[in-house]
Design a protein around this ligand. Structure first.
Ligand SMILES: *[C@@H]1O[C@H](CO)[C@@H](O)[C@H](O)[C@H]1NC(C)=O
Length: 137
């Protein structure tokens, strides 16, 4: 009798552990590597971006790629500024482009290119003229 209760309790504990593990929010994972590099054809100082709407201006210097390891479950945004130009785009969006473990962005004079393997690059965004008060709408 006590053995079967023990078995039932053990089973319930296992079920609870499985449920608890599944309920751990996915933002706790660190399965995504994002890298942004400044690949302008010549030196254009003063390029900076804002990662995921955090408000912090991060300079993007030639030869010094910026990277982050973060969760692969939620979208990440980027707002990048180059003089009077800017772009406001999805750095990573699993519902739009699928889940990936690595995503690379190359910032070029003619726009923003994306790659998942640093081999095949695809132009995803163009520069736009900044709007009212310099905002990137
Ligand atoms: C980025 O922003 C999105 C939308 O606000 C949010 O769901 C996500 O958790 C954020 N990710 C990080 C790493 O801050």
């Amino acid at each position: 009798m006590s053995t079967s209760i023990h078995v039932v309790v053990s089973f319930l504990v296992v079920v609870m552990i499985i449920c608890f593990n599944n309920s751990i929010p996915t933002f706790a994972d660190s399965n995504l590597f994002i890298e942004i590099s400044n690949d302008m054809s010549s030196d254009h100082p003063g390029i900076f971006f804002i990662y995921n709407l955090t408000g912090t201006h991060i300079p993007l210097v030639q030869g010094q790629p910026w990277s982050i390891t973060t969760d692969s479950a939620t979208p990440k945004y980027c707002m990048i500024f180059w003089d009077i130009l800017c772009s406001n785009f999805d750095l990573y969006n699993p519902s739009k482009y699928g889940i990936h473990s690595k995503t690379y962005w190359s910032v070029r004079t003619d726009g923003l290119y994306n790659s998942y393997d640093k081999g095949k690059w695809e132009k995803k965004e163009s520069w736009r003229v900044r709007g009212y008060l310099g905002h990137c709408d």
